[in-house]
Design a protein around this ligand. Structure first.
Ligand code: NAI
Length: 457
């Protein structure tokens, strides 16, 4: 067995792991990054990036369909699944090459193989042992399955849905969370008949009610069917279709069933528990600095309980690397992490929902301001409906911002600064928003909260 000793060993080369590796190298550490598959992980190869490429193609398809309304003669003649795949793979390949370049430039040693944590701390890959003054665990998450709904044939998880070599004619989506809603949206844009089955009463149930209801209205208008508050009783597949029966006896037939009921942390069979790393329902138990129960072993990203988002992984990785370099990075609270669902319309939010604010602060201490995008010129031009909701504490800071509408994901940057800096509406209302932009809708909400609405009553 060969032994190698470095400052930092990172197990897992996804968003959290490579961010820790890059930041540690920038701060002067020698770093080994161990990855069983490809650096970039789920987000780059099977998640964020390829799905957003498909969603962009879906947006273009809808734009072409709606072109006549603008006086443009254009016709959507079809969707070529093979060329769509080539476009998506091209985007991923470029980003993959870029990431490999970044790692090489920073002299990070990438080891290809499956790592297992050992005392020391160290990570074993085959016959090689990599000892680090510190080890960062960043092994990510995988799609959760339900008994009887294992992927295969007509039953897909998001990974297989992405690789599907055809546009399904009819598809059932189990789970109306982020993944379910994004796939429902893009398949509908490509012409599929889509039915979403969601166990809770609303789509994207973690979001403010006003966004869930607005999204449902928009999806209904787009012809997406929804069975809300519905539970699956059985799913039976044949060679060319799948039949889903709900607990109320409703039966639905489709070409495919996508199962999108959440993701589980990947923490098994990698020596974690055996080395003394405490787990809690599969998640790694950490303190506020992301230290595990074993000295010198840290955890970042989706294996830490909380919102499973790539940018949270980046923030975790950077924070751990800085702490190891003797700095005192600010903690990364989950409620400061922006969330975007890239459906049509988009859903974006940061901070507390109205309901959460009322639970935490009491009803009398919460003020909510809604601004309808119907009053926003740029949104009218884009032909999108939606709204901005701002939640503030009475005489206090903005604690939540919630957005619905085409392209509103890009507006979350301003909202996250406001929530993160605990800004008061009076302080931010004077800042001017360019006209005509969708960001004006945010400005209008702040003006209204500061008692001086302009394009609102
Ligand atoms: P999710 O937790 O967002 O949604 C799962 C949904 O399935 C929930 O609404 C839940 O009520 C429902 N559900 C669970 N069991 C069910 C059952 N038996 N029958 C019907 N409905 C059931 O998880 P999802 O959509 O799988 O996404 C996984 C993770 O990936 C999320 O944490 C998400 O944040 C992340 N992700 C983020 C994206 C983004 O930021 N745009 C895009 C895709 C995924």
């Amino acid at each position: 067995m060969a032994e190698h000793t470095v400052d930092l060993v990172v197990l897992g080369g996804g968003s959290g792991g490579y961010a820790a590796a890059i930041r540690a190298a920038e701060l002067g550490s020698t770093v080994v990054l161990i990855e069983a598959d490809k650096v970039g992980g789920t987000c780059l190869h099977r998640g964020c990036i390829p799905t957003k490429a498909l969603l962009h193609a879906a947006e273009v398809a809808d734009s072409v369909r709606g072109a006549a309304h603008l006086g443009l003669d254009a016709r959507l003649d079809g969707v070529d699944a093979e060329r769509l795949r080539a476009y998506r793979e091209g985007i991923v390949a470029k980003k993959y090459k870029g990431l490999q370049g970044l790692l090489a430039t920073r002299k990070i040693t990438v080891v290809h193989g499956r790592g297992v944590l050992e005392p020391g701390p160290a990570v074993r890959v085959g016959h090689d042992l990599y000892r680090g003054a510190n080890v960062v665990l960043a092994t990510g998450s995988a799609s959760r399955t339900l008994p009887g709904l294992e992927p295969g044939g007509r039953i897909l998880m998001s990974e297989q849905a992405l690789e599907l070599g055809e546009i399904p004619r009819r598809v059932i989506v189990l789970g109306g969370g982020v993944i379910g809603v994004e796939f429902a949206s893009l398949w509908r844009s490509f012409g599929a008949h889509v039915t979403i089955v969601e166990a809770l009463p609303h789509l994207v149930p973690g979001e403010d009610d006003v966004l869930s209801k607005g999204l449902e209205r928009a999806f209904r208008k787009r012809g997406i069917e929804m069975k809300l508050g519905a539970r699956l009783s059985s799913a039976t597949q044949s060679d060319d279709s799948v039949e889903v029966v709900l607990e109320d006896g409703t039966s639905i037939d489709a070409d495919y069933l996508l199962v999108a009921v959440g993701r589980r942390p990947v923490t098994e069979e990698m020596g974690y528990a055996e080395t003394g790393v405490e787990l809690d329902d599969g998640f790694v138990r950490v303190d506020e600095n992301l230290a595990t129960t074993v000295t010198g072993v840290w955890a970042v990203g989706d294996i830490v309980r909380g919102v499973q988002l790539a940018h949270r992984g980046f923030a975790h990785g950077i924070a751990v690397a800085e702490r190891l370099a003797g700095r005192t990075p600010s903690p990364v609270p989950d409620h400061h992490i922006p969330r975007v669902t890239y459906s049509d319309p988009e859903v974006a939010s940061v901070g507390l929902t109205k309901a959460q604010a009322i639970t935490q602060l009491g009803e009398a201490a919460v003020v909510v301001q809604d601004y309808n995008l119907a009053g926003n010129g740029r949104s009218e031009i884009l032909g999108t409906a939606g709204l901005v909701r701002v939640v503030r504490e009475v005489d206090g800071p903005v604690v939540g911002v919630h957005l619905l509408g085409a392209r509103v994901g890009e507006l979350i940057a301003e909202a996250q600064l406001i929530v993160g800096w605990e800004a008061h509406p009076d302080d931010i209302a004077p800042y001017v928003h360019a006209h005509p932009t969708q960001s004006e809708a945010l400005g209008e909400a702040f003006l209204a909260l500061a008692g001086k609405p302009l394009h609102a009553l």
